[in-house]
Design a protein around this ligand. Sequence first.
Ligand code: PMT
Length: 396
Amino acid sequence: MPKILLCVTGGIAAYKVIDLVSSMRKRGDEVRILMTESATRFVSPISFSSVGAFPVYTDAFDVNNGMILHTTLSLWGNILVVAPMTANTAAKIANGIADNLVTMAALAFKGPKIGVPSMNVRMYENPITVENLLKLSKSGWHILEPATGHLADGEYGKGRYPDNEQILFEIDRLLGPNDYKDVNVLVTAGPTREPIDPVRYITNRSSGKMGYEIAKAAKIRGANVILISGPAALSVPYGVERQNVQTAEEMRNAVLERMNWADIIIMAAAVADYKPSAVLNQKIKKRVDEMDIHLVKTKDILEEVSRIRKPNQFVVGFAAETENLLENARYKMESKKLDMIVANDVSHSNVGFDSSYNEVTILCGNNDVIHIERNKKSYIAQNILDIIKSHRVKLA
Ligand code: PMT
C-alpha cells in the first residue's frame, strides 16, 4: 500500500489537490500532507485534513509531535509527490535549499519523487525554470509535463495542473514491479450491442469493469495496452489506448486488425452469442400482440483469435457460467486451445457482471487450477497478470 508524502506548494492549483487527497483516501493509500506557508494561503490545511482524514504538517519547527518532522516523515513515506510544484520550490530543491518543511523533507527523502510543475506559462518557459526542472529530472525526479490550456490568470499556454488520474498512475507505476515493460497487451471489455431497429438492441449486464481493471493494471506494470471496449460508462485508464466498438462484428474486426501487434490477448468482453438476423430500418410499431425476433449466431472471436495466432502469442479467455463452472470452463479452454481461462460464476449479484468485485478460478494449460476468493476486480486483475507472467515464463 502506498505511503505517500504529499507536499503542497503555493500555486492556484493547490485546490485541485483536495480532490487528489480524496481519491487517495478512497484507494486506501496512507498519506501525510506537508504544506508550505504560501500553500496555506491558497487552501486551508483544514480542507486537506477534512477530505483525507490524514495528518497535515505546515511547520518544520512544530515540536508538538515529539519528532523532528522532516527526517521522521522522509523515512516514513515510500514515495514523495510535490503537487503543485511552483517555480520557487523547484528552484529551491534543485539548488539544495531547505528552508521549509517541504524542501527539507524533499532533500532528505531517498525514494521515488514526483514533481507536478504548475504555473504561469512564462514562468514555466523561463530558461531558469527549465534548467531547474531539468536538473531535478537528472537527479532522479519524475517531473510531469504540465498540460496546455487556459491558465488561472487568463493566459493560454503550458503550465496547467494535469489530471489527478495521471498523478495516481505515476505513483502506482513507480511503486509497481514494472514487470510488463514493453509487453504489448490487447484487452477486450464490456458488452456488445446488437441492434434490432434504430432504437432497440440486445445486450447484457457487463459493465466493462473487469477488462478495464486488467488494462489499467497492465499499463501500470509497464505494458503497452490497447483496450477494445463495447459500450461502457467508464473512463479510459490513464495511458491506455481505447478503441470503442458497439457490435460483436465490430469487436471482431477491431481485434483481428490489432491482434498481430499483441504479445498477450485477454478477452474479458461479454460478446453477444446471437444477434438479430436482420436490422430493421424503421422503429418497430406496436401493432401486434406478439412478435418473434429471429436470431443468428455471431462469430466466436476468441476461437478465431486462438486459431490464427502466431506461436508466441498468449491467449486468455474468460468463461461466464451459471452452472458447472469448472467443467464448462475447461471445455471452452480445450476446444478453443487457449493458454488460460478465467472462470467466473455469474449467478451471484455480488460478483461478476456489473460488480466491482469478482471471484474467479483460473485454469492454465499445464493443468494448474488457481482459485482467487472474492475481492476487488483491481486485485483480481493484478493476480491474473501475475499468473499470466509465471505461465508465460514456463512456456518460454
Ligand atoms: O464487465 P463486468 O461487469 O466487469 O463483468 C465481467 C465479466 C463477467 C463480463 C467477465 O468477467 C467475463 O466473464 N467475461 C466473459 C463473458 C462471456 O461472454 O463469457 P462466455 O463464457 O460467454 O464466453 C467465453 C469467451 O469467449 C469470453 O472470453 C468471450 O469474450 C469470448 N467470446 C464469446 C462470444 C463470442 N461471439 N466471441 C467471443 O470471443
